[in-house]
Design a protein around this ligand. Sequence first.
Ligand SMILES: [Zn+2]
Length: 161
Amino acid sequence: MTWFRVDDGLCGHRKTRRAGLPAMGLWTVAGSYSSQQLLDGFVPDWFVTTWPSGRKHAAALVTAGLWTAAEHDGDQGWQFHDWEQCNPLPPEFKRAWIPSALRELVVSRDGLVCGLCHGVVEGSDVHIDHVVPVVHGGSNDPVNLQVAHSRCNLRKGGRVR
Ligand SMILES: [Zn+2]
């Protein structure tokens, strides 16, 4: 479970007044949905239309400067303004995605040798392990990355060693 945060300035903000209570109702349930689905502040149009006058309230949120029209993976919808600053994704939800160029760099540096058990890794079994796991603040800096067997990487999980 994640939390959708509402700061204590919301009650007195001019954007809130401008949007009005019904639109702020949509803002609240949509924020909860976007947080639950890890959509980083995107709200799909279909979700909005499941609420009475949903599109009208969405338009009011755009006019008030709380939302902008947006697209996410081909879906039309809306984006919360300043979502990243207000609702940073907890580290345990951050995806440890490694771009292919970075992956190739690590493999060419380490060769097909597992950094965890030092065994030889089949090319198709290569995982890139974060030496300091992402949940502990480890980054995608190449010095924090090493080649690993998929089984060794998965066994290690969120542990440092
Ligand atoms: Zn291994």
